[in-house]
Ligand binder design. Sequence first.
Ligand code: MF3
Ligand code: CO
Length: 239
Amino acid sequence: MKVPCRMVAEILGLLAEHVEPGISTFELDAIAYAETLKRKAKAAFKGYCNYPSALCCSPNDQVVHGMPSKEPLKSGDILSLDFGILYDDFYGDAAITLPVGDVSAETKRLLQATEESLIAGISQAIPGNRLFDVSHAIQSHVEQRGFSVVRDFVGHGIGRNLHEDPQIPNYGQPGTGIRLKPGMVLAIEPMINEKSFAVKVLEDGWTVVTCDGGLSAHFEHTVAVTENGPEILTRINRA
Ligand code: MF3
Ligand code: CO
């Protein structure tokens, strides 16, 4: 799984360099797809339940599963990019949320809290811990900062399938859930809203947005549980 995960990280790192006012998510999707083919890999999301694109692009109040659009991004926007690859029978999956141009201090605080909550969750992904220790670490980090955890979408096991058991909510009771064992690989993906956690799916059947129009951020890593602790397989090396 290190190979597809490395590819996901490389491509997200590359996309991050292109995110600036004026570019469209349609162009970002084209870059992601071209880079996937260059590596002789498959874009994991394209065709999955008829999803049309390689990349999920969710700006501003879009939570997840946004579709590429020709509308140019503008300064002050935020953009979540979620991307997956299938290579040699195994999947990798990761997401980042980026500021576009200059964003407000409050927006930066949301992005930082969400990314930190992912790291807090990952640090609990150790043998002997329970699954919802991960969930609880994410929830408490986020709620202490006044943000809210989306309930309707969750992380997941990953391996020979994009979505495997267990489901990984980003909220829960510590000390409960299945026991974590070396060899498990988890896609941990907090989706965090500025205001209420309520979300709805638009008529296109895919785009998930906040009900109150508040911003939403999303960070995801594919993480292996090992004897030596959590190993982030999709770590992004950025300039
Ligand atoms: N990373 C997301 C997830 O694991 C996106 C996959 S949905 C898709 O749920 F349909 F676009 F593939
Ligand atoms: Co995922």
